[in-house]
Design a binder for this molecule. Sequence first.
Ligand code: HEM
Length: 493
Amino acid sequence: MDFLLYLSAILGALLIWLLFPDRKSRMARKIPGPKAWPIVGNIFNFVVMGPKAPENWKESMKIYGNTFRVWLGPQLHLFLVDPDDIQMILSSQSLITKSWSYNDLVPWLGSGLLISTGKLWQMRRKAITPTFHFKILDEFVPIFYKCSKTLVDCIKDKVGQEPFHLTEYISNCALDAIAETAMGTELKAQTNPDSEYPTSLFRMTSALMEKIANPLLGMEPVYTLSGRRKEESDLLKILFSLPREVIKGKRYSKVNQNGTTPSDEALGIKKRTAFLQLLLEMKEKNAPAFQTDGDVQDEVITFMFEGHDTTTMSLTFTTWLLGMHPDVQEELYQEVSSILQDKEEPSMEDYNKMVYLERVIKESLRLYPSVPIIGREAIEDVFLPSSGFLIPKGTQITMAIYALHRREDLFPDAEKFNPDRFLEPQKHPYAYIPFSAGPRNCIGQKFAMLDMKVIISNLVLHYKIKSKKDILPSPEMLLRCENGPYISITPRN
Ligand code: HEM
């Protein structure tokens, strides 16, 4: 009897929903998209993330165009692959609130730049921008170079061996580089890959990706009963402890008052700046953006998160592409060896001269953007002039960078790896956006390009790379690779 009552209540609610749709549903009907079922929407006929997503997006674009809607449960999502519509969103000064999928990052990144919004974000962005000045980046070159040399050493025993999984090595190298530049701490993840911090960071990132990809885990009771809530808080304790110790001065054994580390001193480096130091100085001067140690910690943790995995995946795909394209690798080797020959400590100026390397990395980020999708929430109704749709307030807007970068009309012969396509002017200012664009673009893009240039150039200088052919890219919050990539190496003379 009870069951029949429940069933009729649900059917009644469904009928009302179908006969009297709310404003958002009425407006959504004017936007093309796959047929949505009551309650579940399109969760069974649209693939948001994972290895099957790119094919599914492509099919949807063929049918519904470059701007279409999907319902993920009760939530309306607009999927954008149109550069004009994307420009409209990304260049807006008011549409700066991130979409709901970023909420899972809050326990980790707190009020950090990636997820904060409104006045707080504006104030922090303004305060942090000068810390990425080229003079500060210049000081980071020796750190990047030291980390790249360790990487070259760490993979030495792979010479002449079976193809090996590259990402793990690159990930520890990128982690050492970001830890030392962000916190002034030598983590030595490359030489101690099984230590607590790198393993916790790795586990935290993959647990988070699993949570975002699996709607069931998004339900608090399931998350708690599965033991993941406890695992998350244990991991966060470890990840927070390091920046906390540095902030409290307990870890300054590694970094003396000049900000130099023991290995800097061995190299004769007199002074070095870490982001954390710069932010603490602002706090000491009572800057409104940084009032507490917690404010500083959130930003440093955000740099560690944003600056580690993104760089890792871009380096991974770039190295794999070089191994797939020996002609490009050879041209790059010629450029790098002519600039770096006999240099003990290359400078920023040397890396600025590597224009072919820059094109190689750019083309790799086109085909394999580390951040394949980005999201905003429509905090007001938004009119998109290019597609002519009025988007209701509350819509989650997903901009599919991965699909945009593979549009044939914007990038002829789009599936082909061709670094020289960047010799030509772009067809649209928002067609190529691996670092996003507009007021909320990536604040670390120059840092990332420099870091990647140093690491790739040193790899190419020491090894000839050959790649195993098949990989399966998997767009998640970050772009992953399902199988591999695997490479083998032989030494250069
Ligand atoms: C290949 C490397 C990188 C790529 C492809 C990349 C890409 C991006 C993208 C697409 C965004 C916008 C995200 C969104 O709107 O959801 C972003 C934001 C951001 N990135 Fe990066 N990033 C990289 C490296 C870095 C590095 C090395 C740092 C720091 C050292 C960094 C710090 C940030 C921060 C703090 C934001 C948030 C900016 C804001 O909202 O004001 N990124 N990045």
